[in-house]
Design a protein around this ligand. Structure first.
Ligand SMILES: Nc1ncnc2c1ncn2[C@@H]1O[C@H](COP(=O)(O)OP(=O)(O)OP(=O)(O)O)[C@@H](O)[C@H]1O
Ligand SMILES: [Mg+2]
Length: 400
């Protein structure tokens, strides 16, 4: 039933956020592009981000919030507006309908009622679902290899889809994506997040630097002060704009499981959860998975990748990790300090520095598996049917 819809959530009740997010994610294939908890930010966000549906919790101030939603149905008629409310007061429902809201969904939410309503929006929507794929690389402990993987994966994808891949550094303070590719960036993601007005792609393009491999790089902020001003909403706005123009956007991050991370994870197509065969890494991975579950973030997008595999790891096997996390391993990357440190220190991706190394071949294979579903016409049909990227990748590999 997934149809690649995009949604904005409006919710002022902090303790209802997880439940609301879980209901949306239960629909499958929906992307939450923003989660707003302040009425004052709603209009600006709707103008800035492309969304098919606005799902708004009217509580705790139904009358005031309904008036706000009424303004939105007038200014943004293409966005289907759903109101969620604990009150089933007849006049309130009537008012909602008169204001042009598409659905009034009483609490507790009946999932099949919500699914039917979303199906209708999917059938009638005007926005195109033919956007690129967002791939996040989430390290489960410091130094696990997230930057190295994100950077080299983007470069490998760019070999398969020239000019169609961007890599974004979400490690706002210490990100090294630009260093690993030895590019100088005049503008960064901070310059884009600083402008609250709707972002034009031309502006974003100016901040991107093209690496010789063909991958476009969006670097981390140059100063700590700029990093402090980054907001989750603006960051997702930038990613969303990039996806309108690139087939793949690979992100180094999110690195911590904070509010911004939840927004990015809600929005991603595939989250490569990078572990090493070390107890702290696996414990953190488990905490992240539990945090995602508690917050209503979809676990379906998670994919386990084991880095530095093949070292003599005492007392912990990949099977232990899989059973602890209840996840299948998507890929493993061999340990090769000499090759990897050489590539990092020279600022040359493996495809240039060590194209025949096992570690490069492992990342190239990941890129091929991620790229394959979109290059096959049957899979394109699956995509239209709404099968998730991860579902299609594992299906392509014969369910391995
Ligand atoms: N497959 C590998 N074989 C050998 N060394 C590796 C491998 N992958 C990464 N490394 C090494 O691990 C170190 C950390 O890598 P990287 O900076 O990508 O990790 P990170 O998860 O981004 O760290 P941080 O938490 O600081 O952001 C690097 O010095 C790199 O050389
Ligand atoms: Mg890093």
């Amino acid at each position: 039933m997934a149809n690649g819809l995009t949604a904005i959530l409006f919710n002022e009740e902090g303790n209802y956020a997880s439940e609301l997010r879980a209901h949306l994610n239960a629909y499958g294939g929906i992307k939450i592009v923003a989660e707003i908890d302040e009425p004052a930010l709603l209009t600006q966000t709707i103008s800035q981000l492309k969304a098919d549906v606005l799902v708004a919790n009217l509580d705790p101030q139904p009358e005031a919030n309904l008036a706000l939603l009424g303004e939105i149905t007038t200014t943004h008629p293409a966005v289907a507006v759903f109101a969620i409310c604990s009150s089933t007061d007849g006049p309130l429902i009537l008012k909602a309908m008169n204001l042009g809201l598409k659905r009034f969904v009483p609490k507790p939410i009946d999932q099949s009622f919500l699914d039917d309503a979303l199906d209708q929006v999917a059938a009638q929507r005007s926005t195109s679902s033919d956007t690129g794929r967002l791939i996040t690389v989430m390290g489960t402990a410091g130094g696990v290899g997230a930057t190295f993987l994100a950077t080299n994966l983007a470069v490998e994808l760019a070999q398969l889809d020239k000019g169609n891949v961007a890599v974004v550094d979400l490690d706002y303070r210490f990100g090294q994506v630009a260093t690993l590719l030895d590019v100088d960036c005049t503008f960064t993601i901070a310059d884009l997040c600083a402008s609250p007005e709707a972002l034009e792609f031309q502006v974003i393009k100016q901040a991107l630097v093209k690496h010789s491999s063909g991958v476009y790089v969006l670097a981390r902020p140059s100063s700590f002060a700029q990093a402090d001003n980054m907001t989750a909403a603006n960051c997702v706005g930038v990613l969303s704009k990039l996806l309108e123009h690139y087939a793949f956007v690979v992100v180094d991050g999110p690195s911590r499981f904070d509010q911004a991370a939840k927004s990015v994870l809600d929005f991603t197509d595939l989250n490569l959860m990078l572990v090493q065969l070390l107890v702290p890494s696996v414990r953190n991975a488990l905490r992240i998975v539990e945090g995602m579950r508690e917050s209503g973030v979809s676990l379906e997008k998670n994919c386990l990748v084991c880095n530095r595999f093949g070292r003599d790891s005492a007392h912990l096997s990949l099977q232990d990790v899989e059973s602890t996390l209840s996840m299948r391993t998507f890929a493993s990357i061999p340990d090769d300090w000499a090759t990897v440190s050489g590539s990092i220190n020279l600022g040359e991706p493996l495809v240039e520095q060590s194209p025949k190394s096992k570690v490069r071949l492992a990342i190239q294979e990941i890129a091929e598996r991620l790229h394959a579903p979109d290059s096959d016409s049957d899979e394109k049909d699956d995509r239209k049917k709404g099968l998730s990227l991860i579902g299609r990748i594992f299906a392509n590999q014969g369910g391995e």
